[in-house]
Write a protein that binds this ligand. Sequence first.
Ligand SMILES: CC(C)(COP(=O)(O)OP(=O)(O)OC[C@H]1O[C@@H](n2cnc3c(N)ncnc32)[C@H](O)[C@@H]1OP(=O)(O)O)[C@@H](O)C(=O)NCCC(=O)NCCS
Length: 182
Amino acid sequence: MKEVTIRPLKTTDKKGLFSILIQNEWPFHAGSKITAERFEKQFDGDYYTRQGVCTFIIEKAEKLIGFVRLFDLGEDFESDETPLFDIRIQEQDRKQGLGSTALKLVLDYVFTSYPNKNRIEATTRLDNSGMRKVLQKCNFVKEAHYRNAWNCPDGKKTDAIGYGILRADWERDEITSLNWDS
Ligand SMILES: CC(C)(COP(=O)(O)OP(=O)(O)OC[C@H]1O[C@@H](n2cnc3c(N)ncnc32)[C@H](O)[C@@H]1OP(=O)(O)O)[C@@H](O)C(=O)NCCC(=O)NCCS
């Protein structure tokens, strides 16, 4: 296991989280770089933590290197709603297996803490090779291909790919194959 841990976001993470967001490029996320005002509003409001939403800080050797924001978690731990998430690792720490390790820890958290969750979903851009590889490494299966569904920051449209992981696959650490022609 890589030296990565996740922990719930704390109010004292405000500065560190803003640094991560402002000092790195996020080409696969909509809109231009976040402003201090907008971040402040989100952080002091309920964007990162509220009913159905929780955020984990990703740390390497106890240093903040990224975060995962889970949403659509439902009303409480008994919810069977299907969650989605946004994961981000700062540029200097990418391509070292840390994103995959962090996501596996997040899957462990969700399936362990929410006994009624049967699946977790993710949608990413066709050309987000890093994220797609991470999802594959974490036993997600491609379940959908949405043509021209993603509005890129340059005004163009590209395809979006939908993935899902089943609790049973997480438990067995394997992938159930999918029959597209059924
Ligand atoms: C997507 C992201 C979280 C991946 O994190 P990461 O720490 O780089 O992921 P990993 O190192 O675990 O990558 C897993 C595999 O994908 C490969 N990979 C990572 N980024 C890649 C890229 N841009 N192109 C091709 N392969 C890539 C890694 O080399 C690794 O390959 P391996 O298993 O053969 O060694 C990170 O790149 C990131 O934060 N990107 C910007 C935000 C983003 O797009 N988030 C997803 C929103 S849907």
